[in-house]
Design a protein around this ligand. Structure first.
Ligand code: F6R
Length: 372
């Protein structure tokens, strides 16, 4: 039941700190090592993996896009990410040294299931990341790492997405751990920071009133039908996810772009008053990324965009260019999607509600897509 929330979606957004904590539970031992024995692919096989291919659809695809950054950084194994619906009709090159990771909340998505079958026929090892016990995709995979989000009722995925991210990070870190990488120390630090993420998600949820107010304001503006989302690096899939949430819930034209692509076309869309959400990476860590995105914000603002900036608390460089600033807690760059996505979910949910849309059951959509 909705336990006092106006919608399942609001309830599920609020449940994210617990969902994240539950997905980590029992998977990190007291010395900070990952204990993923439940992944029944022998360590000897994981040590020989020379390529990872992630397949998924929709929101789950966005979690896989983020996983690619994490896997390649922490393990140095080449990683490809592909929409299950494309992968299954291609002629992908796979063998026994390929690890295929299939990400699915429901475990029943037809395209993802077919991709799993296609991969296994070619001898690849398949690991499912799934939220539904005993569903078809985990049953047909070699192994499964369950996300512990609990049942997700609202059609638009929120808490399942955050737990998919956690599971993807666990897989990336685990591969790094069993294979040994030059990032050994960093892996230990990240595992510790991952344990604190649930509190940080809670912190974000506690500071969402300005985002809701902004969403209600935009919902009431006549002719406001487009919102763009920009990000770089792991902020790029976050931008895509923010746009997808807004499309499916608010029925608005929303598009996510890699900020580096602006000059290759999208900047032509910028006109006076157009809301553009920008996901800003931490100014610490990969500071090159940060500098680039600050220039992007300046560029779009000079052309009249209204900038809605999501940035780390204390990031003073973005302040002069932010028409609206949403502050999120500091995290390592690769983990930022866990906190940066939450304001985008709240934004879409509030905007859709203000427009009178049914957020739990958006038009034309089904929770589980068991047909093509
Ligand atoms: C978007 C959404 C969908 C699903 C997609 C995959 O909010 O919920 O895009 O993410 O249909 O579904 P699963 O994860 O069940 O395979």
């Amino acid at each position: 039941e909705k336990s006092g929330y106006a919608s399942f979606m609001l309830k599920e957004i609020a449940e994210q700190p617990k969902a994240v904590a539950d997905t980590l539970l029992g998977r990190i031992d007291s010395s900070g090592l990952l204990t993923l024995d439940e992944v029944r692919i022998p360590v000897s096989v994981l040590r020989e993996v020379d390529k990872v291919v992630i397949v998924a659809c929709g929101t789950a695809y966005h979690s896989g896009m983020i996983a690619k950054y994490a896997i390649e950084h922490w393990t140095r194994i080449p990683c490809e990410m592909e929409l299950a619906s494309e992968f299954r009709y291609r002629d992908p090159i796979l063998d026994a040294r390929t690890l295929v990771v299939a990400v699915s909340q429901s475990g029943e998505t037809m395209d993802t299931l077919m991709a799993v079958r296609h991969a296994r026929e070619q001898g690849a090892h398949v690991l499912a990341i799934c939220n539904t016990n005993g569903s078809t995709i985990p049953r047909e995979s070699d192994a499964v790492l369950y996300t512990h989000a609990g049942p997700e009722v609202a059609v638009a995925s929120t808490k399942a997405f955050l737990t998919q991210l956690v599971a993807c990070y666990l897989v990336a870190l685990y591969l790094g751990q069993v294979r040994g990488t030059k990032w050994g120390d960093e892996i230990g630090d990240v595992v510790r920071e991952l344990s604190e993420i649930s509190t940080q998600v809670e912190d974000v949820l506690d500071t969402m009133e300005p985002v809701r107010e902004l969403a209600r304001g935009l919902a009431g503006e006549a002719g406001m039908n487009t919102v763009l989302f920009l990000g770089r690096h792991v902020g790029y899939p976050v931008a895509l996810e923010g746009a997808l949430k807004l499309k499916e819930l608010a029925y608005m034209h929303a598009e996510g772009f890699a900020a580096g692509e602006l000059k290759h076309g999208p900047i032509a869309l910028i006109e006076k008053g157009l809301p553009v959400v920008v996901v800003v990476p931490s100014p610490r860590g990969r500071s090159v990324l940060h500098g680039k995105i600050v220039s992007n914000i300046q560029e779009i603002r000079a052309r009249g965009a209204r900038t809605l900036v999501i940035a780390e608390r204390g990031d003073t460089a973005v302040v002069p260019y932010a028409d609206h600033l949403v502050e999120i807690p500091a995290t390592p760059t690769l983990l930022q999607p866990l906190v940066a996505t939450v304001p985008l979910q709240v934004f879409a949910c509030e905007l859709a509600t203000a427009r009178g849309n049914e957020v739990d059951q958006p038009r034309n959509l089904a929770k589980s897509v068991t047909v093509e």
